[in-house]
Design a protein around this ligand. Structure first.
Ligand code: SF4
Length: 423
């Protein structure tokens, strides 16, 4: 037994409530167990307990042993004068008292909690499987699992709203720049994400917008700002880009990045930053005001189409400047489009819906996730082994949230599935 588990048992009344009495033998009826308080003060507040013939309203404090009341010095703390019931796992030590010496009725739960609940919790606490409840989850109530997963999706999107809001504040409420910076960051994957975001920050969308649809200028912006046009090249194309960039740089007073921030090591050629930069240029050349277009899109299918882009002719034949390769389309690809739709477009739509207090955009974010295939990664593979097979990204995102924010942190007592297993 530990206090967290005792709180859980009290909160959900998972104990035998027939013929409840205080340790002094007075009958008790729990009208309301109170609201769980995780801050300073008594553990449950605004409870209602009938003791004998009197209905008491006030706070409830829980401890493993009754002696803990004194170990925590509650008898000298006025914050505990409003405690109407001391709930203990076992009566061990003196009865709790208020500052004025009045005794507080005690309820002991030890003999009222089933051995099954305790042994299931013990099993969870061993944490020896991939997730603590791996042996029980197959028997959890399907409706409970599905409703909890939907709640987790909202929780996940809400945590991303905070990131969107930070970027929004830093870019003076410019949603286009937020979308652009987030797209760039995700295109950089784990290895070049900071360099991509730095690039996006140095190129405000309002500057790009003036040169949209001109592939040469768009690529000159991207490769020039990224610092790739500093060196000497044999091919005409980079030299043309340099000429164009020098003009744009003067026009917009741009300061290029250092080329050495870009990492190629251990990357497959298709993921080289040069190819990802060419794809970013193609995406922005197709529609630089992506945020406005997505907001105005009539349906989620048209949002998917914004990400169908191919690189320019030069990049179909090269992975780097002056390095010819076999021809291929090198389009953004389903994998990267899916990453952007799941991690950028859906959270931005959801954040915008919250910002505007407009449910329509939040619903659009859910629809978009439902329209995307689920992610394939080790966490999703783990869930599949437990027969939890996501049908789309809405479900896979919920499962990722469950594993990383609940199972890995052993938050089974805050999880509806854990509740269903223990009750
Ligand atoms: S957090 Fe929930 S799903 Fe995860 S192990 Fe615990 S009870 Fe199972």
């Amino acid at each position: 037994m530990n206090e967290k588990l005792l709180h859980f048992i009290w909160k959900f009344r998972l104990f035998d409530q027939v013929n409840l009495t205080t340790t002094e033998g007075e009958p008790i009826e729990i009208v309301s167990q109170g609201m769980h308080n995780t801050h300073a003060g008594a553990d449950f507040q605004q409870g209602k307990i009938k003791i004998g013939k009197t209905l008491w309203a006030g706070n409830i404090e829980l401890h493993i042993n009754s002696a803990d009341w004194f170990a925590h010095k509650h008898e000298t703390d006025k914050a505990y004068n409003n405690v109407i019931l001391h709930v203990v796992y076992q009566q061990k030590g003196s009865t709790a008292i208020r500052q004025n010496g009045e005794a507080i009725p005690t309820l002991e739960l030890k003999k009222r909690i089933t051995a099954e609940l305790l042994s299931r919790y013990e099993e969870l606490d061993k944490r020896k499987d991939w997730i603590p409840c791996a042996r029980f989850i197959k028997n959890a109530d399907e409706f409970v699992v599905q409703s909890f997963l939907s709640r987790l999706l909202i929780e996940r999107l809400e945590s991303k709203v905070e990131q969107v809001n930070i970027l929004l504040a830093a870019s003076e409420n410019d949603w286009e720049n937020v979308m652009f910076q987030m797209i760039a960051r995700y295109m950089g994957a784990s290895i070049n994400k900071d360099a991509f975001q730095m690039l996006a920050k140095s190129l405000p969308v309002k500057i790009w917008a003036k040169h949209q649809h001109d592939t040469l200028q768009t690529e000159a912006f991207v490769f020039g700002q990224a610092g790739f046009l500093d060196g000497e090249y044999l091919d005409d194309y980079p030299n043309q880009l340099r000429k164009e960039y020098n003009y744009l740089k003067r026009l917009h007073q741009l300061q290029p990045m250092e080329k050495h921030v870009w990492k190629f090591l251990r990357l497959r050629p298709a993921n080289f930053p040069t190819i990802r930069l060419a794809q970013l240029a193609a995406l922005m050349s197709k529609e630089v005001k992506l945020f406005s277009q997505i907001i105005e899109a009539k349906n989620v299918q048209s949002i998917h189409r914004f990400f169908e882009v191919e690189v320019s002719e030069y990049w179909k034949l090269h992975y780097n400047f002056d390095k010819p390769s076999r021809k291929s389309d090198r389009h953004l690809g389903d994998g990267m489009s899916k990453i952007l739709l799941i991690n950028v477009v859906a959270p931005v739509l959801f954040a915008y819906g919250k910002y505007k207090c407009n449910e329509e955009f939040c619903d659009r974010a859910f629809q978009l996730l439902e329209s995307c295939k689920p992610e394939g990664n080790s966490i999703i593979e783990g869930w599949k082994k437990l027969d939890m097979k996501p049908a789309n990204a809405f479900e896979s995102q919920s499962l990722l949230q469950l594993k990383t924010e609940y199972c890995d942190k052993f938050r089974c007592l805050e999880c509806a599935i854990g509740h269903s297993i223990l009750s």
